[in-house]
Write a protein that binds this ligand. Structure first.
Ligand SMILES: Nc1ncnc2c1ncn2[C@@H]1O[C@H](COP(=O)(O)OP(=O)(O)OP(=O)(O)O)[C@@H](O)[C@H]1O
Length: 627
């Protein structure tokens, strides 16, 4: 027996007979029937009708069709839910009145258990169309009738309802069963369409939400390159509404070649474009992807884009180039240090170029970060670059970037330099005194024009970058020796700030910084013995605060008790005991560097750390001593 198919005559008769036997066994009275037939309250019936709203919406118009062929004075038509409850019945009022006498009205349940053998009960049980004629009904009251029923299936062939038609036996015809079955199939088809429409509407609503709430700008164009949709973020970035319907070429500077996207899709990923919008230049990073139909027809394209400064900000957060230090994190109270702090705070409130001067490790980068963080640019990038540590031939591309195809292997779409990355933010040109002469000329031009040329570019990029330069070198001396351009010096020396060496800051600052580094590196830091304090205050600190920080970290490793003593500090005796001749000191430095390099297997970072100097200083010393 196949679900949903009309049974052969013999099989139908056999099933009717079996049902009669079950009805007898169940003790259903053929005259009175089952007095305990289930009945819904009006509220329950209402709820059931609502639950089966889609089924009724589809079936009721079908019932009207029936009455084109059958008379409402002779036939009633009913919709039944999959539990056997009649949800709706139609026919003339006379017929409905008669049907009511047999409980054949909405709210009553018509399973075999309730009413014995009926077309509804058998259709529920067998999930196949059924026709009962006359005394095939178990109930005598229905003996003059012929009833035809057909199941309606929903998703995954699940029974979702039944159509039932009943009328006088002499008017009925086997065709009635076919009519009911055909109506059930038509209802199923309509329900499928209804379901698909609902799913589609849900998908469209979901997609609309995704597009609208995406934090990336989106433009969808059709195959004729006409803008079809722009999402909220896209309109925000472009500062334009009502772009829909316009050609994509109306965005000046955004060139889209769909044929090229099709043949070389990889070259349309993360491309850079400069758009001219309301007389302003907007730099976008965008990716273009084709949208194709399943048949391979080009429907259009999706353009995803972000403002370049958003990307830089993100890169910056990930690469850790954000400025963390503020003036609150700068420890020191001696007058020259406080003077430097006050000057730096004043510098923060303007956009002037600042020149930080101080020995290595005095905290020049910290000052630069603190200035940036107190300035109006604090929400934008802080980009430091060590001009002394980058090989001369790479420095130009690092600072200014390059355009696509400048050199073999140059990354696709070119690469922005540090000046561009720091646009609307701050660039720190660290170790400016070590900048190669050729680059000094180029830097001077940037300072004069406020524009940078990427290597290979014929057009400049306007930049709005605040410049802080720092140096451990005495620049005036460097000018005298011809190593530094005087014109560049005057451009940089607009707001000079001198950061004092640690040995000029006095015992209070040395001890305050020592306490800070101990607290930063241990949960329960030990105290300093008087001897240790004396030693710290008399040490010359050639590596300044950085050397002190390293010294404290090392001491914490060596000290196991509650008190830090001189032997934990691993500092050489007071400077008075050291040879003072310049040549000897140089030799000692050279030897110390060589020994440490050997001990660390030439690991530059570790060597610099052990010696308490920056890596840049180590490289400089290596160059100086021709090692
Ligand atoms: N006033 C300060 N308060 C707290 N920590 C400081 C202070 N000054 C310097 N430091 C510490 O000293 C270290 C060196 O600072 P920074 O890198 O800014 O020095 P620098 O002068 O830029 O060095 P270089 O010239 O070698 O690049 C930092 O790790 C920082 O933790």
């Amino acid at each position: 027996m196949k679900q949903g198919q009309i049974l052969g005559v013999d099989e139908m008769r056999r099933q009717i007979e079996l049902s009669h036997r079950r009805s007898t066994v169940r003790g259903i009275d053929p005259i009175l029937r089952n007095t305990r037939q289930a009945l819904l309250s009006p509220a329950e019936l209402k709820a059931k009708r609502q639950d089966n709203g889609d089924l009724l919406d589809v079936l009721l118009p079908q019932f009207e069709e029936f009455y084109n062929f059958l008379s409402p004075n002779e036939f009633v038509i009913a919709a039944v839910d999959p539990d056997g409850y009649i949800l709706h019945i139609e026919g003339s009022s006379n017929l409905i009145e008669n049907a009511a006498k047999r409980n054949c009205i909405p709210g009553y349940r018509w399973t075999e258990k309730d009413v014995g053998t009926t077309a509804i009960a058998l259709c529920l049980k067998l999930e196949s169309p059924i026709q009962l004629i006359g005394d095939e009904h178990y109930c005598r009251q229905a003996h003059g009738l012929t009833s035809s029923t057909a199941p309606v299936f929903g998703k995954d062939r699940k029974l979702i309802g039944i159509i039932a038609v009943s009328g006088p036996s002499d008017k009925a015809h086997p065709h009635t069963l076919y009519m009911v079955t055909t109506a059930a199939r038509a209802a199923e088809q309509q329900l499928r369409v209804l379901r698909r429409n609902k799913e589609l509407a849900l998908n469209v609503r979901f997609l609309d939400q995704v597009i609208a709430t995406s934090r990336t700008g989106l433009i969808i164009i059709n195959s004729g390159k006409q803008i079809w949709r722009v999402n909220r973020r896209g309109a925000e970035i472009l500062k334009m509404d009502n772009l829909e319907g316009q050609p994509i070429s109306s965005l000046k500077g955004l060139k889209i070649d769909l044929d090229d996207v099709q043949t070389r899709p990889e070259s349309w990923v993360n491309k850079e474009s400069r758009l001219k919008i309301n007389n302003q230049t907007l730099t976008l990073i965008h990716t273009v992807q084709l949208v194709m139909s399943p048949e391979g027809e080009r429907l259009g394209a999706l353009i995803t884009f972000s403002e370049v400064k958003e990307i830089y900000r993100l890169a910056d957060t990930i690469a850790g180039t954000r400025a963390h230090f503020t003036f609150d994190s700068l420890v020191g109270s001696c007058p020259p240090f406080v003077d430097a702090l006050n000057l730096a705070k004043r510098a923060a409130s303007s956009d002037t170029t600042v020149l930080l001067q101080g020995e290595t490790g005095t905290g020049k980068e910290l000052f630069a970060q603190a200035i940036h963080n107190l300035s109006d640019r604090s929400q934008n990038a802080f980009v430091p670059i060590n001009c002394g540590a980058i090989p001369a031939n790479l420095l130009e591309s690092e600072l200014f970037g390059y355009v696509e195809g400048t050199f073999t292997g140059a990354s696709k779409g070119g690469k922005p330099g540090k000046f561009e990355l720091a646009n609307t933010g701050t660039i720190l040109l660290d170790e400016i005194g070590d900048m190669p002469h050729k680059m000094q000329v180029k830097l001077l031009r940037v300072l004069q024009t406020g524009e940078v040329y990427r290597i290979g570019a014929d057009k400049p990029v306007k930049i709005n970058t605040r410049i802080i330069a720092s140096t451990h070198v005495n620049l005036l001396e460097a000018i005298r020796e011809g190593r530094f351009r005087e014109d560049l010096y005057y451009r940089l020396n607009v707001f000079p700030i001198a950061i004092p060496a640690l040995n000029k800051r006095g015992p209070e600052d040395i001890l305050a910084l020592s306490a800070l580094f101990l607290a930063e590196n241990a949960d329960d830091p030990p105290g300093l013995s008087q001897d240790a304090r004396d030693l710290l205050c008399s040490h010359p600190w050639p590596g300044n605060v950085r050397e002190l920080e390293n010294c404290m970290q090392r001491a914490l490793h060596l000290c196991e008790g509650k008190e830090l003593r001189p032997e934990h500090l691993s500092l050489s005796p007071a400077p008075a005991d050291r040879p003072t001749q310049a040549g000897t000191l140089e030799e000692m430095n050279r030897k110390m560097i060589l020994d440490t390099l050997e001990a660390t297997a030439h690991n530059m970072a570790r060597t610099a750390k052990i010696l308490g100097i920056s890596r840049a200083t180590l490289y400089r010393k290596l160059k100086q001593y021709a090692m």
